[in-house]
Write a protein that binds this ligand. Structure first.
Ligand SMILES: C[S@@+](CC[C@H](N)C(=O)[O-])C[C@H]1O[C@@H](n2cnc3c(N)ncnc32)[C@H](O)[C@@H]1O
Length: 269
């Protein structure tokens, strides 16, 4: 991971800027969430089902809203994120709401050196894998933290989305892009008008790369689902459907926008 150190540091700084800006956005709607609104989406709620009493590790948890929502659903939660601004705010939200949670600030690749224990569920969602250059190592971290019989649940934006340019007008990146993608940004997906500028570094990962990395560490794929919509309004030129989900205008139900999967660590006893 040493070769990626400068990229991770730049991304940490960029996520600190985003996290600070996100606190007050209507996108995250923290006040409504504090009052009890669930930040989790119907996809993961339906596909994961009952989490009561389960230990749940949330990788790349941002400022912990979803982590703490899982606590409201009865899980014993731990969140990890690279951004110190995000983790500081996650701890503040836990204290303000009285929800039980632990948060660890570190690179997901370094988590085994910062956190002990095994979990029933490892969870990650929406906008995470693109910040990681090496999915084999990512899958090793997931497998490391799973109890035998535990599962990894993942809901993520579809790699087809990341083939487009910023305006979602032109196919720009290869589906199986292995090179780092360098982007200069203004504002954030949660607030285009936020007064922040930063450069970040990301990687596109095909479905086969994600799935084979999980199979490669011995996890057993239980399902893979693809959805032609996003539950989040975080892309340009979206239209909201009657189902409350967002599709790209002109590409409605033509391209996949989200996928989800569940992969279990088989127990051989
Ligand atoms: C799009 S956000 C996750 C959003 C999440 N679904 C939510 O809305 O709360 C991506 C998160 O990944 C974190 N991140 C990026 N690279 C990371 C890394 N190498 N290790 C740990 N966290 C990382 C960022 O700090 C950011 O909080």
């Amino acid at each position: 991971m040493e070769q990626y150190r400068d990229f991770f540091e730049a991304n940490r700084q960029s996520w600190n800027l985003r996290a600070a800006a996100h606190k007050s956005t209507t996108f995250y709607d923290v006040e409504a969430w504090k009052a009890g609104k669930d930040s989790l989406q119907s996809i993961e709620l339906r596909e994961m089902g009952d989490v009561r009493g389960k230990t749940l590790l949330h990788l790349q948890c941002h400022f912990g809203q979803d982590t703490l929502s899982w606590a409201r659903h009865g899980a014993q939660v731990t969140g990890c994120d690279l951004s110190d601004t995000a983790i500081e705010y996650a701890r503040q939200l836990a204290a303000e709401t009285g929800l039980e949670a632990s948060f660890v600030c570190c690179n997901v690749y370094d988590l085994p050196q910062h956190l002990a224990g095994k979990f029933d569920i490892v969870f990650a969602s929406y906008g995470v894998v693109g910040w990681l250059p090496d999915l084999k190592r990512w899958a090793e971290v997931i497998a490391h933290f799973l109890k035998p019989g535990g599962y990894f649940y993942f809901a993520e934006f579809h790699p087809v989305i990341w083939m487009f340019d910023d305006n979602l007008e032109k196919l720009t990146y290869s589906y199986q892009q292995s090179d780092v993608i360098v982007t200069d940004n203004q504002g954030t997906y949660a607030d285009q008008d936020a007064d922040i500028q930063y450069r970040d570094y990301s990687w596109n990962h095909s479905l086969s790369e994600v799935i084979n990395s999980l199979i490669g560490v011995g996890l057993c794929l239980e399902f893979l689902n693809e959805y032609p919509f996003s539950p989040y309004n975080c892309f340009p030129k979206t239209v909201k459907g009657e189902d409350g989900n967002y599709r790209i205008q002109g590409l409605e139900n033509i391209i996949p926008m989200v996928y989800s999967l569940k992969a279990t660590k088989i127990s051989y006893q």
